[in-house]
Design a protein around this ligand. Structure first.
Ligand code: GCU
Length: 423
């Protein structure tokens, strides 16, 4: 009897949490919506100058995203230590050099180390660089014995032979299809990457592991409703990596692009808006909570993402479950915080869950802020055709053939755009 009751209860929880969610993929059923204005605020009225944008409206919008969505970093002092563990190791038949730097973040509560892998062309630097974050460990980006295998938690994955949340030798290079490292090197770029699981394992454990406990006040057990979730912590890891990159003479620190895919595309956007040292911000298929407009509620919605992944955003964000019109922000405002720096957003036509049109529209709607800076950017509301990248001044967008992934085609566009904006 008890068993039957437990099973029924479990079934009920599953159905109410996931089963009833039917994503909308019908454009005619996208609700009418009005986006919050970029250049107008209740407190400051109309914003007419770069000075007012930078002093008033930009900080106001940034604070709303921190407070209502990604979460604030607790105000706890921390120190950083960089230990170069490997250096100048020839890889890719000598075409490139591998470096590994152990970055350790310490607070009064303890320390967290994570490994930054840097692959540079074996030519005279400094090199422009893609600063990235990955899903299964640095060693999965390239099949090379020199790359250290992560000891941190990893997601189980049958295809990769991971069943006990541990990475092994067999996982070397399993994700190399997403990282066109040879072309990146051939075109003169460096690639830097960190593994997100070393910063905060991607499951809901009430923030007992990873970076968060380092930042708890005395007696604190969980982040406050306005404090950071996992995306905030992963983004922090990208910025601490940038702290190292700016000291590395082989990297051109003025030409570093921050890039991520999917949940890590949401992360690269959040890192890129907070850390203005990133000269180019790239979102690959980041979707809901990333580049896609929340108010369209097309594909994944705020309610669904907060239910399936309660640890990604802060608790304040759950107020907007099934209530997107109440959001004081929308994702075009996040993208606009990148201005006047360069922004590239990529979608995939079959990745309807991430709402390609919503990702494009949000890119397009950043235009008023670029205009304020006197910079050109995409200013045509018509979404580009599939496989027809559009790069106008400081913004770029493409929707490519295929599904949710990072392909060589995506990388080619990122490098074409970086060539243009980094000049
Ligand atoms: C899920 C999630 C998305 C996310 C994606 C990913 O599909 O719903 O929001 O972008 O995972 O990170 O792969």
């Amino acid at each position: 009897m008890m068993k039957y009751f437990t099973l029924t209860l479990l079934l009920f929880i599953c159905i109410s949490a996931f089963g009833q969610f039917q994503p909308n993929y019908d454009e005619s059923r996208v609700p009418d919506y009005e986006l919050p204005e970029l250049l107008k605020s209740e407190e400051y009225g109309k914003i007419k100058s770069v000075k007012d944008w930078e002093a008033k409206r930009r900080p106001e919008i940034l604070a709303l995203f921190a407070d209502q969505m990604y979460g604030k970093i607790p105000d706890v002092p921390y120190s950083l230590d960089f230990e170069v563990q490997k250096e100048d190791i020839p890889i890719l038949s000598g075409k490139a050099l591998l470096k590994e730097v152990l970055i350790t973040v310490s607070t009064v509560n303890g320390s967290l180390p994570f490994s930054l892998m840097i692959i540079t062309p074996n030519t005279q630097g400094p090199h422009p660089c893609f600063m990235t974050i990955n899903f299964y460990g640095n060693h999965t980006l390239l099949d090379d014995q020199n790359i250290t295998i992560t000891k941190a938690w990893v997601n189980n994955n049958k295809d990769f032979g991971i069943s006990d949340n541990k990475a092994t030798e067999v996982t070397r290079g399993v994700r190399s299809y997403r990282w066109d490292i040879e072309s990146i090197i051939n075109r003169g770029y460096a690639l830097a990457s960190i593994y997100y699981g070393e910063i905060d394992p991607d499951y809901d454990d009430g923030f007992q592991n990873g970076l968060h406990p380092l930042f708890y006040a005395d007696g604190q057990k969980n982040p406050q409703p306005e404090e950071w979730g996992s995306i905030g912590a992963w983004a922090f890891g990208m910025s601490r990596s940038m702290d190292y990159l700016v000291t590395d003479p082989s990297i051109d620190a003025k030409k570093v692009a921050v890039m991520g895919h999917s949940r890590l595309g949401k992360t690269s956007l959040w890192a890129g808006v907070n850390d203005q040292r990133f000269a180019l911000v790239i979102s690959n298929d980041s979707g809901c909570g990333g580049a896609a407009l929340s108010r369209r509620a097309y594909g994944e919605t705020v309610g669904r993402i907060n239910t399936a992944f309660p640890h990604w955003f802060n608790d304040n964000f759950t107020q907007y479950n099934e209530n997107e019109p109440a959001l004081p922000i929308d994702q075009h405002m996040l993208l606009a915080l990148v201005a006047p720096r360069a922004l590239y957003v990529a979608s995939a036509v079959d990745d309807r869950w991430a709402d390609p049109k919503g990702e494009f529209l949000s890119t397009y709607h950043t235009n008023p802020v670029y205009k304020l800076y006197g910079e050109k950017s995409i200013n045509d509301p018509q979404m580009p055709a599939v496989d027809q990248p559009k790069m106008v001044g400081k913004t770029g967008y493409h929707v490519r053939t295929g599904g949710h992934n990072v392909t060589d085609y995506d990388w080619e566009q990122y490098m074409n755009f970086a060539d243009k904006v980094f000049k």
